[in-house]
Design a protein around this ligand. Structure first.
Ligand code: ARG
Length: 461
């Protein structure tokens, strides 16, 4: 085919079936703006190495700018014969500046170092976008935690009532997980901040080009130490896909709770009309589709990660064409989070909690039994006995259909002489919450501090 970058040693063009298999423009076209930026930087180092005259450089940069504008407007698009984004853009450049000049740009570079660089540029920018969208979810959690400050809820382990906690404490637990994901992307960016451009096919450039200059032009602080590693490593892709999957999983854990909380049985939250859906047959339905899609998309994000790792497994150095399979999964992860996270933010931001219901359930299921045991410990009872005594209180209540605080003073001393009326100070949700005042605990004063710490982290994000 006319635009191929490698026709010289071949007698004819590729078979149609090979061309169809090989083609990647339908997904790598999103790298076009980065490829053109790379070409401009590359043209500049060609001129600095004496391989283009200053006027050739000016004409080349002008042609690349016009090409970029045509790509942006859609006036220039890949043709059926273009193998990949790099092929299409070389054709576009030659159409604009002629084959004599356009044909000079490819000196000293390969699609291998090009694509490894562009993909890093694309992912670094995408990761910043995704981080911003994750911080929007955190903002929504913080706004709810702040609006609902003081409301207690049943804290659960094994999905069973465990101990009362502040709803804000629970919501902020999700916020911390998401803040770590943002931190992971920041950390990943530091490792990805190295440009492979100049590595050529694998061995480096012989033409006196300056990879560090190109790197800096493209927003990297350094260039690859090793041209083989630069062109053939894709751990930066896998690591990004992992963080994207982790974001999906962290969001899906919130989603699952919202789905439960919105059931008739829980009745902890009502979903806003604009952020829930109806049923085509059951008129009464209000469904948590956003949360369910979040749960579903998490599976897709994990699939993208495992597909990538499978592609990379046991690939010998250096570049292999298998690596063309590295893009679609992570493009899909970026696209998935880009549609999911704004919807999820809206869902969280508009949840209407039922504080009375949460408060009513907070002490039920004997969730204050630990407080009884710990009160006894503070009275000098060994924890082993305290645990037994508190357990006996639960057993007595279960037999008589009572809650712990409904036991009379006489009932209590009968269970154990250590259970003086002083125990009533912890037989309330407020008493229980206030007692958990060590760092990281659910006491209101600690959760206030946490709220401020999360807000600081978001502001620094
Ligand atoms: N489209 C390829 C990729 O995405 C880059 C082209 C490298 N082709 C080659 N024959 N070395 O990995």
């Amino acid at each position: 085919s006319s635009s191929a970058l490698w026709g010289g040693r071949f007698e004819g063009g590729p078979s149609d079936a090979l061309a169809a298999l090989s083609k990647s423009t339908h997904f790598d076209w999103r790298l076009a703006p980065y490829d053109i930026a790379g070409s401009k930087a590359h043209a500049t180092v060609l001129e600095r190495a004496g391989l283009l005259t200053p006027s050739e450089l000016a004409a080349m940069l002008d042609g690349l700018d016009r090409l970029a504008a045509d790509v942006a407007s859609g006036a220039f698009a890949p043709a059926p014969d273009d193998e990949d984004v790099h092929t299409a853009l070389e054709r576009g450049l030659i159409e604009r500046v002629g084959a004599d000049l356009g044909g000079k740009l490819r000196a000293g570079r390969s699609r291998n170092d090009q694509v490894a660089t562009l993909f890093r540029m694309y992912l670094r920018e995408s990761a910043r976008t995704v981080s911003g969208l994750v911080l929007d979810v955190v903002d929504a959690l913080v706004a709810q935690a702040s609006a609902q400050f003081g409301v207690a809820m049943p804290g659960r382990t094994h999905l069973q009532h465990a101990q009362p906690v502040l709803l804000s404490h629970h919501l902020l637990a999700h916020a911390w997980a998401l803040l770590r994901d943002v931190d992971r992307l920041r950390d990943w960016d530091r490792r990805t901040d190295s440009s492979p451009y100049g590595g050529g096919a694998l061995a480096g450039s012989s033409l006196g080009l300056d990879p560090l200059f190109v790197a800096q032009e493209l927003g990297f602080s350094t260039s690859a130490e090793n041209s083989i590693d630069g062109t053939a490593s894709r751990d930066f892709v896998a690591e990004a896909a992992f963080v994207f999957a982790m974001i999906g999983i962290d969001v899906s854990r919130i989603a699952e709770e919202i789905i439960l909380w919105a059931t008739k049985e829980f009745s902890f939250v009502t979903l806003d009309d604009a952020w829930s859906t109806g049923s085509s047959i059951m008129p009464q339905k209000k469904n948590p589709d956003i949360a369910e899609l979040a749960r579903g998309k998490a599976g897709r994000l994990v699939g993208n990660l495992s597909g990538l790792l499978t592609t990379l497994k046991a690939l010998p150095l250096a570049y292999n064409r298998d690596l063309q399979e590295d893009k679609e999964p992570v493009f899909d992860s970026v696209d998935t989070l880009t549609v999911l996270l704004p919807a999820f933010t809206g869902l969280v931001a508009t949840l209407r909690f039922a504080p009375d219901r949460l408060e009513e359930l907070a002490p039920q299921g004997f969730s204050l039994a630990t407080d009884v045991a710990e009160w006894l410990v503070r009275e000098g009872v060994p924890f082993r006995s305290a645990h037994e005594i508190a357990g006996a209180c639960v057993r007595a209540c279960e037999a008589r259909g009572l809650e712990l605080w409904e036991l009379s003073d006489a009932d209590l001393v009968e269970i154990s002489p250590s259970l003086t009326p002083g125990v009533r100070s912890v037989l309330s949700v407020a008493g229980s919450l206030a007692s958990r005042s060590a760092r990281g605990g659910t006491a209101p004063e600690r959760v206030r501090e946490q709220l401020a710490a999360v807000q600081d982290a978001v502001a620094a994000g």
